[in-house]
Design a protein around this ligand. Structure first.
Ligand SMILES: C[S@@+](CC[C@H](N)C(=O)[O-])C[C@H]1O[C@@H](n2cnc3c(N)ncnc32)[C@H](O)[C@@H]1O
Length: 217
């Protein structure tokens, strides 16, 4: 097959979703409650959750940092991929989201594995000790992704795992966009990642595009 012959369409996307583990009853209820609480439906897809769980398991990750908790869906999903004693520290700016997530995390099967850290991503990341995590997932305000990446590269050891959501800019990567939409910020971050010599990374075409990379230096 010529290497420019593989195009991921909506049909492929649905097919992937149909052949990937879906949400359990607890996560279905969490999403319903989040909607009822007017929390936006901007969590990662179940297929992306599975992708990240498989990668975390392969990596043997124990300590994960997430920027952007929302309702706790991805934090709970990631925590389920960690061994006993593993932990997800997830950072959230909006008190309403942090309150909701803490409530649902406390009721989940991974209550002892997830901690919500309240505050702005950059400020909180700066308080996290160097070498204290082996994986990071970025899923908050897109304009700050380059700063988040720099802080995560300080925190992670060589070989540490970096994942970042929305590489396809909410499906609008190739559209004209103003800066407010976040699309331009995603394009800037994608260029930043592509040029970043300290990380070997690739965009995976699952969900809204997920960067997956390893810190090399
Ligand atoms: C896309 S949602 C996260 C979805 C979540 N990772 C999931 O898949 O279940 C983005 C979250 O980042 C939060 N956020 C936005 N700006 C932030 C910032 N500067 N620092 C920390 N969190 C921020 C938003 O309040 C929102 O809850």
């Amino acid at each position: 097959m010529p290497d420019d012959d593989c195009i991921i369409t909506r049909r492929h996307y649905n097919y992937i979703a149909e052949h990937t583990r879906g949400d359990d009853d607890f996560l279905i209820e969490l999403k319903k409650a989040a909607e009822a609480a007017d929390i936006p439906r901007i969590w990662i897809s179940p297929a992306q959750a599975s992708l990240m769980q498989v990668i975390l398991k392969l990596h043997g990750a124990k300590q994960v940092i997430e920027v952007g908790t929302l309702a706790g869906y991805s934090a709970i999903s990631m925590a389920r991929a960690l061994p006993a004693g593993g932990r997800v520290r997830t950072i959230e700016l909006e008190p309403k989201h942090a309150d909701f997530a803490e409530d649902w995390i406390a009721r989940s099967d991974v209550a002892d594995k997830v901690v919500v850290l309240r505050g702005a991503g950059v400020d909180v990341l700066k308080t996290i000790e160097t070498g204290s995590a082996d994986a990071c997932f970025l899923d908050a305000d897109k304009a700050n992704y380059p700063k988040y990446l720099d802080e995560c590269l300080r925190i992670l050891p060589v070989g540490g795992l970096i994942m970042a959501d929305n590489a396809f800019a909410f499906g609008r990567l190739f559209e004209e966009a103003d800066d407010e939409s976040g699309v331009a910020a995603v394009r800037r971050f994608n260029d930043y990642m592509a040029a970043e010599k300290r990380v070997h990374a690739v965009m995976v075409g699952i969900g809204d595009g997920c960067w997956v990379g390893v810190k090399e230096a």
